[in-house]
Write a protein of this length. Structure first.
Length: 200
């Protein structure tokens, strides 16, 4: 059975470090800005799967995110108890969600449709983020994408409504074992606190 172009693209991206341009690409990307507009998606098969179409209204950005645990620096002991000097992790979002928020904050007139991984090294992650102009007539007239022009989808990346946001919020799992994930972990925590206060 004959296989198409997208099949071979998917196979090539299973081991991207074996690609000839991998090392050269990373050397160039480290010198560029953190958010860069690109003409075409690097992983065309993945972009098409996530809703990208080569027409007006779609924009692709490559976003660089620094790796690391995002912990607060340990404070110097100035009257603090050792209990209060512990390192606290302050980033509870995955890197892809962070990348989506950064590009959405920079281009407020566009909405994030989805994103995907393209590269990483010891210091950075790179993602390509698909953005859509909800005011473009090509988007409004597309029956598969007209939903993003609705006002209730404004600021999707900031409200955790993208795929990366939902994964980070624990919404990929349903049913038994996921009772405390909906509507959100914070809402569940506040509900428990309210019940305790009512009991007392």
């Amino acid at each position: 059975m004959a296989k198409g172009l997208y099949h071979y693209l998917r196979e090539a991206w299973k081991n991207p470090r074996e690609l000839d341009l991998w090392r050269q690409r990373l050397i160039e990307w480290r010198k560029t800005d953190a958010v860069v507009k690109v003409d075409k998606p690097l992983r065309l098969d993945r972009a098409r799967t996530l809703g990208y179409k080569a027409k007006k209204g779609f924009v692709i950005f490559r976003v660089r995110v620094k790796r690391g645990g995002r912990k607060r620096p340990r404070p110097t002991k100035k009257g603090r108890r050792s209990k209060r000097q512990t390192l606290r992790k302050i980033l509870s979002m995955n890197y892809r969600w962070v990348a989506e928020q950064r590009v959405a904050r920079k281009y407020k007139q566009l909405e994030v449709l989805n994103s995907y991984w393209v590269a990483q090294d010891g210091r950075y992650y790179w993602y390509e983020v698909i953005l859509v102009n909800p005011e473009a007539p090509e988007i409004k007239n597309d029956k598969h994408l007209a939903w993003i022009a609705n006002r209730k989808h404004k600021g999707r990346a900031f409200r955790g409504l993208t795929s990366a946001g939902k994964k980070s919020r624990g919404l990929r799992k349903k049913g038994k074992g996921a009772e405390k994930a909906r509507p959100s972990r914070r809402a569940q925590s506040l509900a428990r606190e309210f019940k305790k206060s009512r009991a007392n």
